[in-house]
Design a protein around this ligand. Sequence first.
Ligand SMILES: [Zn+2]
Length: 468
Amino acid sequence: MRTRLPAVTAIALAAMAVVFAQNGPREVGLVVTGGTVVTVNAAGQVIANGAVAIDGTDIVAVDTAAAIAKQFRGRETIDASDQVVLPGLINTHTHAPMVLYRGLADDLPLMEWLNNYIFPAEAKTVSPEFVRAGTRLAALEMIESGTTTFADMYYFEEEIARETQRAGLRGVLGQTIIQFPVADAKTPADALARADAFITAFKNDALVTPAVAPHAIYTLDGPTLRAARELSKRHNVPTLIHLAESSDETKVAQERRAASPTAYLDSLGFLGPGVLAAHGVWVSEQDIQVLKMRGVGISHNPESNMKTASGIAPVPGYLKAGVAVGLGTDGAASNNDLDMFEAMRVAALLHKHDTKDPSTLDARTVLEMATIRGARALGLETRIGSLEPGKRADVITVSTSGARQTPMYDPVSHLVYVIHGDDVRNTVVNGRILMRGRKVLTLDEGAVIAEARSWAEKVRAAVKQERK
Ligand SMILES: [Zn+2]
């Protein structure tokens, strides 16, 4: 039976509730507090002794630690004292399971490396089990080194998607379309059907953005390139492609249309918003203008390009033209790791050296490439890439208390020129803590590494057999 409160008591209780709401801190899921907060917002705001309040999947406030403490009480807290708090890093180009080929073949030109080592190794070892084990290893490495979103192009992408969800990472995951028979598709038509089913299965997922990944112009004919692009347009999902990575690709384009790789794709009606082109090394001034005009995003992979001696992408030219440029590691077989802090440092140094101008790619621009500019290149800038209220809570913290990080005059400079992936202390994606105090919570580190080592034995045997 309900008892009715006297009117006066009810009014008093209501008044108390209002007072509490005004003065008492609101309970939220998580507060990251006490660190130097590098927001990467449009103003480049840095907050000394700052905090980030997170509720559910979203950032609700970014302010000084004192102001946040007044307004919010976290059910969980991360103490980020002596740390820098920043948006999770966005790796705009990788092939996650290829971590299992890390160091398998080095010091070779791109085409020799691909045709004589990687494609044969893949033909003998890629399977759903291989892809799952590789993705778990890659996810472990990414969580440990502060990557919270990755764009991927590989086979059995639905397996990669499921492992990504389990690990708690965010991914733009592209099912590969390639002309020759591969482990998950005998023909390009099979691959397109696979991509169609994959997109349908993962559309509207909180963490996974499904995508179509036509491999490159040198591994696909015109009709298949067109069909792949049509498929992603029909589902309104991103298209991921390798573009103008090596000079050999320019020869392929010229044989087909007497055009550059960019002009060739444009002649097919392929280029447009939603396309992320990895590398973009062999492009002319005119190509850059076409890419800008079509709203194509670029993934710059300096370490992979340097290691395969494929050339230097004209990043200052892209930036000047207003093209959205993100950073990537590429697969670990050509890098040989997934450390985005290293990618930032190498990008900054490479282009200074190349242009003989130390002001090229300053630290802030490079940090933006690994965060908000990467988000823009992937079409995700309204959701991720900076620490701002209303965005998804993808947040990392890095230690700045060691000898290598001391002293710290400018946290943005440190993030690019000093910090390593191993300095990451905490990784949060979509409001969920994936790593706390360097302990990964969503993967069993020992089991993941043991499983990867056992796969390496199979890879070694397969490659040995191939060379006989
Ligand atoms: Zn690649």
